[in-house]
Design a protein around this ligand. Sequence first.
Ligand code: IPM
Ligand code: MN
Length: 367
Amino acid sequence: MIRIAVIGGDGTGPEVVAEGLKALSAAAEKVGLDYQVKEFDINGNRYLKMGGSPDEPTIPVITDEEIEELKTFDAIYLGAVGHPDIAPGILEKGLLLRLRFELDQYVNLRPVTLYPGVPCPLAGKSPEDIDFVVVRENTEGIYTGMGGVQYKGTPQEVSTQINCTTRFGAERVIRYAFETCKKRNKKKRITLVHKTNVLTYVGQTWFNTFQQVAKEYPDIETDYNHVDACCMWFVKNPEYYDVIVTDNMFGDIITDLGAIIQGGLGVAAGGNINPKGVSMFEPIGGSAPKYTGKNVINPIAAIAAMAMLLREIGENKGDEKLKEAGNRIEEGIKATTPKMKSQSAGKMGFSTTQVGDLVADAIRSAN
Ligand code: IPM
Ligand code: MN
């Protein structure tokens, strides 16, 4: 029996999560998997209803009790975070970043995979060319909130945002990336992405740690790219990459570029992973307020996040049934994408729920 906590969140989050749960139900039936789902009403609307200010974080977006309860689940399945009436940062910091930090989900695993039949904006590239994973550090860098502002609102305003980098934090995520590369067993190549020519202090911590860990993996080829050059190579030679490991913000930025070369945010999924704790899986696109409630948003990314959830926790627990359920969902996606006209909201040739049904039917009718 596995227990999954579901946070639909804001905007189109609940709509896409519903389709992921449909796929879960179909796969569970197929492999005889026992599971339980509990939905949590944690989102921008609730924050406003409880009297939270839209301009400043006046009340918690998620309560301490909810965090404690979430820690008792096998995994968390998240839809989207972001509300048009709430100032940027309140929900992001109060919900998404808080969960990543408090549950110590120090790896943000973001596969960049071009599914069959999905148009790639890069000329001449096919699914064999676009198949790599980005391992993004998820608890440090400039995301921690260290820093501050002084003389606010005056011409003398001064603000700092500190890049908090620790050897411990870099080492654990780099080690995870090497293990991922070994398990993938593909090109056996790992690329560190940073900006060591300018960020000389934190860059050295990353670079030296990377070199040190690399010694333990003599059959894995290592390389280093500056983040700006990496953006160029993503477009020119995506087939070069196998596993990338990088800092929190660089990882945030390059994975949006990664998402577009795999067909868009409608397709890209990610996992916030604590290998010894509770991990959280999500489509990496936002809450898409303008498409909310219209049944037009692409649920593929959320369904792919469910596949990842099952495979990752299956791997962690050594549970073959979970892994198989995840693989079956992945196959269901691959059977569905060639039937879709586009991966963009409103242009798929199907509604959100129809795409979910296609995936669920493909899972049910597979051998
Ligand atoms: C992501 C998002 C978040 C991030 C935001 C919403 C805080 O862009 O998951 O990539 O920057 O990590
Ligand atoms: Mn992002």
